[in-house]
Design a protein around this ligand. Sequence first.
Ligand code: PGA
Length: 257
Amino acid sequence: MRQPLIAGNWKLNGTRNSVVELASEISAGAASLPVEVLVCPVVVHLADVLAVVGNSPVHLGAQNCSEARTGAYTGEVSADMLQEFGCEYVILGHSERRALYHETSEQIAQKCLSVQQAGMTPVLCVGETLEEREAGQVEAVIAAQLDAMLEAGGVDAFRQMVVAYEPVWAIGTGKTASPEEAQAVHAMIRQKISSQNADIASALRILYGGSVKADNAASLFGQADIDGGLVGGAALDATSFLAICEAAASTVEKTAS
Ligand code: PGA
């Protein structure tokens, strides 16, 4: 059985004090839940957040990293450096990085490999824009994003990986894909990996992201191929983030009973 993962993508938010407060509230509230909880602050807040979550079950992740391991790359941060700061996960290929910083699927695949070489797990984000959805290209767009990873690392690269399906039109907009719309894409992603290796596909956690809130989380997480969420806005408030974690926990309890 796949343990649900709820990941908070804090994006470019917070101060040293506010992230410590948020991390403390989340650590206290998440301690007894049967789900994996991950928080991803900006890099300069990693040490402060690690000091809070280090002795709790909450995991630490980053929002991006360089594909290069070391060298003349001014302003970059490598996977090994993030690992040294206690990170276990790195979000890669977020649509904001693809759109605003022109990251290509090939570059993102190299970043994923770099993160795996450093012993961490990439959270590989995929998703279509509204124009692509309206043009009937959802499957083709996501297949191409996954193909870049398959070409760079083969299906084995998906052993130590989390995939996050985030329709671009649902991110930060308050519009969510319906549970059925999301499930259809998640099933397609799993099927694509399964066509190369069924065991890897059935162990692969596929998160949904895009305006996940406390009131829509349970219906999304109740879908067969949705294994948790990548949460932006609602992750900045401990009460709403913990309510989303609890929604995931209730799906686990339902399956177990
Ligand atoms: P949102 O962001 O929950 O604010 O829509 C999700 C994300 O960007 O990962």
